[in-house]
Design a protein around this ligand. Sequence first.
Ligand SMILES: [Zn+2]
Length: 262
Amino acid sequence: MLNKTRPVASIAINSVALNPVQTTIIARYYALRVASIAENDSGSKPKPGEISLAHHGVLFLDELPEFSRHVLEVLRQPLETGEIYLARASHERRYPAQFQLVAAMNPCPCGHLGDPRQRCQCTASQIQRYQARLSGPLLDRIDLQVEVPALPPEQLTAQTQGESSEAVRERVMAARERQMARGALNSQLSGKALEAACALNDEERAWLAGVLEKLKLSARAYHRVLRVALTLADLQGEPKPTQPHLIEAIGYRQLDRMLKGA
Ligand SMILES: [Zn+2]
C-alpha cells in the first residue's frame, strides 16, 4: 500500500520476462513539486528525478489525473524519445529515461461512475473536468488502456486458479525471442521496420485506417496499434498480425474512445 508519510517507493518486483525490475511508485500525495518528477532541482547541483531513476524499470503513477497537467505533459517527451531534456537559464541537462509507464485512475472524482452497485455522486461537469486533465497527446502514448470494474465481494474471495506465472513467462520469453530474431524488441522498432514486420496488405491497411478515423484516433495511434497487434501475434506464435490482432489492439484504447466520445 502507498503510504502518505513515505510517498515515493522504489522497489524491485519480479517480472515474467526479466527479473527483478526496479519499480518507482509515485502517489499523488507526493507530486506537489513539478520539478521533482523531472529533476531534483536543488540549486546548483541538479540531480536526475524520478523519471530517470525509473530508467530500465517501471514508473507507476497512482491516481493519474491528480497529477498537475504540467507534470503529465512533461512525461510526453521521455515516453517518445527515452530521455528527458531540461533547459534551465543556467544549464541544459539530458538524462536517460527509458521506463515502462504504468498508471491507475478512477473513472470520476468519487470513483463510482459505471459501478452498478453504488451511485456516482459527481456532476457531469466534474466528471468532464476530471477526465480532461489527461490530454489527447498523453493518451496517444499509452498503449494499453483497460477498464477494471470493481469486483463483488464474493468474487474477490473466490479461490479461482488463474494461469500460472511460469506459463505466462514461457509465452513472454518466446515472444521476446521472436522479436530479437527480427532484430529488435517491438518497442524499439522504427515506424518503417514496424510496417515491414506487420506486412499488412492493402485491404487490411484501408480497413484499419477507416476504423481509426471512425474512432477519432490520431496518426500516432496508428503505429501504436500496429505495435500492440504485432506483439499479440508474437505472443500467439503467429508470423504477422491479422485482423483479430488489430481488433484486440484497438480494443485496448478504451480511454481514447471514452474521452473522445467515439
Ligand atoms: Zn463519481
